[in-house]
Write a protein that binds this ligand. Structure first.
Ligand SMILES: C[S@@+](CC[C@H](N)C(=O)[O-])C[C@H]1O[C@@H](n2cnc3c(N)ncnc32)[C@H](O)[C@@H]1O
Length: 330
């Protein structure tokens, strides 16, 4: 029997129990009961972890390290506004970023000197992280359709000392067709219904949610993924990520692309030692999905991490997906 949460939308809870075994649905709901602590990423373009920890100690702010990412810190006893008041914040020595949001760049693993597309980039947490991973060498096209958010992206890039990113404001659905397969790596941190960020007692995190929104997002995500694939050179890598939990917006979107582009695409394993990660689903509601989706990773919400989904894809040499029709049906 479906357990109901008085505060989260009923339809959301019902869909959760339809998609996951009861113990997993309950784990997800338990992970939504409390707000998570503030977390940050040290900006390696401007400082290092030891120096930043000294800066925080001076302000009597205590932090914990994170085993799977040396530049991630969990703040123990301060709020966002306390951190934003520090001189190091304005100087761009760190970026307030959820731990889960640090995963897609780690999975994409951009290298210095490469050409990278960040198709839905604003406000820039992952663009700034990727620029630091690339040691400000190479090129990042940081695109977002929303001009107001793109302004914030420009501001953050500048504050964080990023010199290799160019900002563009276009509908990401058209970027791949317009630019062609010129990028070594492409990040699609897709707009989504945001279920991974739900906090039960905070309606601001879930009042926008509806089944209609999920359907609308799926249609948009498919077209954005098709565009991301068309922008990737043969042999290049695409990471598809969302901060939502339902399979429609996650495995379902990648499954659609795998069916559409067939041999041109392959799912790669995600080499990340994040505790508590789940494999991607290969069956939902009795419907089988592509078996390689098992290699995708879902992070269930927990006391320190938001829910997240990450899938790594390679465009095979000689099997370019852009040879298929450029206007995928939704
Ligand atoms: C999950 S947020 C991106 C967060 C960002 N990657 C970061 O780490 O800071 C999704 C973004 O997609 C953008 N977006 C929505 N529709 C889009 C479209 N058709 N083309 C490009 N960007 C779009 C939104 O404006 C939003 O900034």
């Amino acid at each position: 029997m479906t357990k109901r949460s008085p505060r989260l939308p009923d339809a959301f809870v019902e869909r959760l129990y339809a998609a996951f075994p009861p113990a997993r649905a309950e784990q997800i709901l338990a992970g939504m009961r409390r707000p998570r602590p503030v977390t940050l990423r040290v900006n390696a373009l401007k400082t290092d972890v030891r120096s930043l920890m000294a800066h925080l100690r001076q302000a009597r702010i205590k932090v914990d390290r994170v085993a799977w990412h040396p530049e991630a810190l969990v703040v123990k006893d301060a709020r966002e506004r306390d951190l934003a008041a520090l001189p190091g914040y304005e100087q761009g020595l760190f970026y307030l970023q959820s731990l889960s949001s640090m995963l897609p760049p780690l999975v994409l693993a951009p290298q210095p000197g490469e050409r990278v597309l960040d198709l839905a980039a604003a406000p820039g947490s992952k663009t700034t992280q990727m620029a630091a991973m690339m040691d400000n060498r190479g090129y990042i096209l940081a695109n977002d359709a929303n001009p107001v958010r793109a302004e914030r992206l420009r501001f953050n890039l500048s504050r964080q000392g990023v010199t290799i990113a160019e900002v563009s404001v276009h509908d990401g659905r058209r970027v791949g067709g317009r630019l062609g397969p010129v990028f070594d790596r492409v990040l699609l941190d897709a707009p989504c219904s945001g279920e991974g960020r739900f906090v039960e007692g905070d309606p601001r995190t879930h009042r926008h949610w509806s089944e209609k929104l999920v359907r609308r997002m799926v249609a948009l995500q498919r077209r954005l993924l098709a565009s991301a694939l068309r922008a990737t050179r043969p042999g290049g890598v695409v990471v598809y990520a969302t901060c939502t939990l339902n399979p429609d917006e996650n495995e379902g979107v990648v499954d659609w692309a795998l069916k559409r582009y067939g041999e041109a695409l392959e799912v790669l394993p995600v080499a990340l030692d994040v505790p508590g990660r789940w494999e991607g689903l290969t069956e939902v509601g009795g419907v089988s999905l592509h078996p390689s989706l098992r290699l995708a990773v879902r992070i269930p919400p927990s006391p320190t991490m938001e829910g997240f989904f990450v899938c790594k894809l390679r465009v095979r040499e000689g099997g370019e997906p852009w040879q298929a029709s450029s206007r995928p049906s939704t």
